[in-house]
Ligand binder design. Sequence first.
Ligand SMILES: [Zn+2]
Ligand SMILES: [Zn+2]
Length: 426
Amino acid sequence: MSVIHHAGRFTPDDRAASTWQYLPADVPAGCAGLDVRLSYERIGGILDLGCVAPDGWRGWSGGARDRFVITPNEATPGYLPGELEPGTWHVVLGLHRVPVQGVGYELTVTTGPTAPAPEAAPPPVAPPPPRRDLPAPMGLRWLAGDFHAHTRHSDGAHTIDALATLAAARGLDFIAVTDHNTISHHPHLAAAGARAGLTLIPGQEVTTDSGHANAFGDIGWIDFREPAQSWIDTVAARGGLLSINHPISGECSWRQRTSAPPVAEIWHSSWRDRRDGGPLSWWAVQDYAHVPIGGSDWHGLGVDSLPGSPTTWVACADGDVLDGLRAGRTSISAERNGPLLLRVGDELLVLGGEGTVLLSSAGAGRSCGGSGPTSPGRPGRTCSNRSTGSCSPCAANLRNLETPVSEESSLPCTMTICLSRSVCAG
Ligand SMILES: [Zn+2]
Ligand SMILES: [Zn+2]
């Protein structure tokens, strides 16, 4: 066993020189484990924590942890277990917040036998609620899901099994597990999904001070230290999908200058005041370039909206969620059983949206008396769906319907967002 000690003070000049600081630790051959502990002055300072080995990235916990363990067979969630190759490893510190007086820190790296804290046992699985079957085009089926959730593999409070069990109990067919800057959860998703009875989609929330984006698919780790354009290019090259997260969300707003990734989280759970036109305005000024999805960004009970709030529906063939997302066949509702606006073939359907009025971009309206077909959904019209009464700014948008069909060839199906008076009033 050996102990390596680092101590010092990071200053604003250090932060200006580089967000990332690398503190070395030599690992001998045959090492049984690595145990890293960080302490720092937390008055105004936030340091992120991660690890890179000679052969590559070994994990990240951001500001959520001050200790991690890696051994050949197990690791702290967020980090990759496996043989500890001999050589110089580096603890990565992210200078997330550095006040003017600087941040004093101490880091201790111990090599030798160690073990991570045990994880909680999987919770019991409850029977799911009855399915909500929606009318769908021939050969497709609408699946209910959520494209944004966290576990203990980053700053979530619960295990993968706990997330999966809760999502299944809320009637979701799928949920993307999008822990920050790590994919240590990916190897566990298939088994946890099978236990709970839903599909867990591999994801990574690529997280920086200048914006967050979800990379979907079993496509390996995306290096968040690289420029954002490389995230888009790498994810596309590996066959995944990149989605801008919560583009308007305070300090976590999207401020990256890139080409348009294929997807965006137009409806994030923080969009609680539906009279706030920000998310839809952002999407509009992007010329509706992104397939819209929703995300709860669930971190734990009592912390965020529950999984499925909002719910993103994807019309899927053979249960392939990412293929349906890539094709743009999405619709979003506030809850799984909330009002919905769907496109089925040539028709637009409002389900549970009594009292709403469909408006064209020019303001012409059509009243929706209730559930069922409401309007010919001919391509060539942009609609917004405004509720009557006090929630007049609330809207459901039909994406790009005013664009000629030929220009929609890469996104053949209509994307819809649905908000309704009942949602707004809630
Ligand atoms: Zn985020
Ligand atoms: Zn998140």
